[in-house]
Design a protein around this ligand. Structure first.
Ligand code: PFF
Length: 471
């Protein structure tokens, strides 16, 4: 029996709208801000290669599982898990997946919004021509000056949270459709312009080689599992928006006729292409202008303005670029709020406006920690062989993407193929018992959980303790 439930929150008007909305959630700061700086911190090509493997072997199968659960349950992730667990005769503890997701969503949004705030600030700076003729030192100073001023960070963070609350309170389907239909393709075009500029720089080839050719010697003093695999896995979850219910809630608005497999591949390809283009645009600039690839979270805000300052029509392109990046961040932030908001509407009888405002206030308050992490509260520690300098911000980021999202994904995988009946998943994916279904089932049953567990155990040093790997 195919589920006949429909979502009380409405449905996407077509399959393409779902693909656009889910791509809007996936493509964001994670691709353009986080991916390049992680590549720089974690040694270039080897990280990229491992990242791509994680996307294909772990990310896509788990994304399919998450959408499948969402569409079958048709409610907020917490309630969806409760309904599906009851239907399959399983414990209500499975709701935990939804709760963990809501917590992860708040933590991610709290710092995501601060970074989106930097983007807002850079729209105005670039628009005012601040970067004309800028070199590495100048651009770095501009960035440092911004992040060392908590008042400014707080103001931009507040504006971004309000922007996100406004859209979510109107129902994600309203504003989102237009934003993703036109602005995402525009962002892609501007990224291509940036790649064009990167091609004209002296060290284009060096940048590309750094990005795509794994240099295992550079990793000599690193632990492959903890220092490369764990951050790559975390980035795959973060970038695809999986493991916390964001894609699950979007799946709950998906029509029964739409193919989950096709949708997931389309979203993953779009998401990965944007990340790669961002890398191609950024690393040649890093090398040409003598910047440090491991420059940390400021990397794109330091490198890209140099390009805008040097290229023809740079002020125009730069301003447009940051506007579009802001939209990309916006469409992702919305999906971070949606799981909590739908739960509040369903369970606490709140109106959408009230629920969104309430959730926004929580994320805003938590965001104060990140605001202060870049100045008054800054402290350093080492993670995955990398010096992290922004204390609580880095802890939030590591806790969510490297721990909570992969655990969420692992539980989703276990639920979908170890606990849910084969009949239910085959029915929901609409693949019958064909080869694609079996391939999916195999990867969600064995490959993805095994990958996550092995990476975790290694990262926390269990294998070292047991003597499986060299000390
Ligand atoms: N995928 C978004 C990005 O790459 O910017 C961030 C994100 C959105 C992560 C939604 C997790 C999530 F649930």
């Amino acid at each position: 029996m195919i589920s006949k439930r429909s979502s009380v929150h409405g449905q996407w008007s077509s399959r393409w709208v779902f693909i656009l909305a889910a791509t809007g959630s996936a493509v964001g700061l994670g691709n353009i801000w986080r991916f390049p700086y992680l590549v720089g911190e974690n040694g270039g090509g080897a990280f990229v290669l491992v990242y791509l493997i994680c996307v294909v072997l772990v990310g896509v199968p788990i994304m399919m599982a998450e959408i499948l659960l969402g569409r079958r349950g048709r409610q907020s992730p917490i309630n969806t898990m409760s309904i599906l667990a009851a239907e399959e005769g399983l414990s209500q503890y499975w709701q935990l997946i939804g709760w963990m997701g809501v917590i992860a969503g708040f933590i991610i949004l709290s710092y995501y919004s601060v970074i989106a705030g930097w983007t807002l600030a850079y729209i105005f700076r670039t628009g005012a021509g601040a970067f004309i003729g800028a070199d590495g030192g100048f651009s770095k100073n501009m960035f440092t000056e911004l992040v060392s001023d908590p008042e400014k960070l707080l103001a931009w963070h507040t504006i971004f949270i309000v922007m996100s609350v406004v859209i979510v309170s109107r129902g994600v389907k309203g504003g989102l459709e237009i934003a993703v239909k036109f602005l995402m393709p525009a962002l892609l075009i501007l990224l291509l312009v940036m790649v064009g500029y990167a091609m004209s720089t002296e060290k284009f080839l060096e940048g590309i080689t750094y990005l795509f050719v794994p240099d295992f010697e550079r990793l000599a003093d690193k632990n492959f599992f903890a220092d490369i695999l764990l951050p790559a896995l975390g980035q795959a979850f973060f970038s695809l928006s999986i493991g916390m219910g964001a894609i699950m809630i979007y799946g709950s608005y998906l029509s029964q006729k739409s193919s989950i497999t096709f949708n997931c591949f389309t979203i993953a390809i779009a998401d990965t292409s944007v990340a790669m283009l961002a890398g191609i645009a950024i690393f040649p600039i890093v090398f040409t202008y003598g910047l440090e690839p491991a420059g940390g979270p400021g990397l794109i805000f330091i490198t890209l303005p140099i390009a805008f300052g040097q290229m023809p029509f740079g002020t125009l392109f730069g301003t447009l670029f940051f506007i579009l990046l802001l939209f990309a961040a916006w469409t992702s932030a919305i999906s971070l709020l949606e799981p909590a908001v739908t739960w509040l509407i369903e369970n606490k009888n709140m109106s959408r406006i009230k629920a969104s405002t309430f959730a926004g206030v929580i994320a805003w308050t938590l965001g104060l920690v990140t605001v202060l992490s870049f100045n008054h509260w800054a402290f350093s520690f080492s993670f995955a062989g990398v010096d992290k300098e922004n204390g609580f911000f880095d802890i939030f980021d590591i806790l969510t993407s490297n721990i909570l999202l992969p655990i969420g994904g692992l539980l989703i995988a276990i639920f979908a193929v170890w606990r849910m009946s084969r009949k239910s998943t085959a029915e929901e994916l609409g693949l019958g018992d064909n080869i694609s279904y079996r391939a999916w089932r195999f990867s969600v049953r064995y490959v993805a959980p095994f990958g996550v567990i092995v990476i975790f155990l290694n990262a926390i040093g269990v294998f070292k303790l047991l003597g499986f790997v060299e000390q």
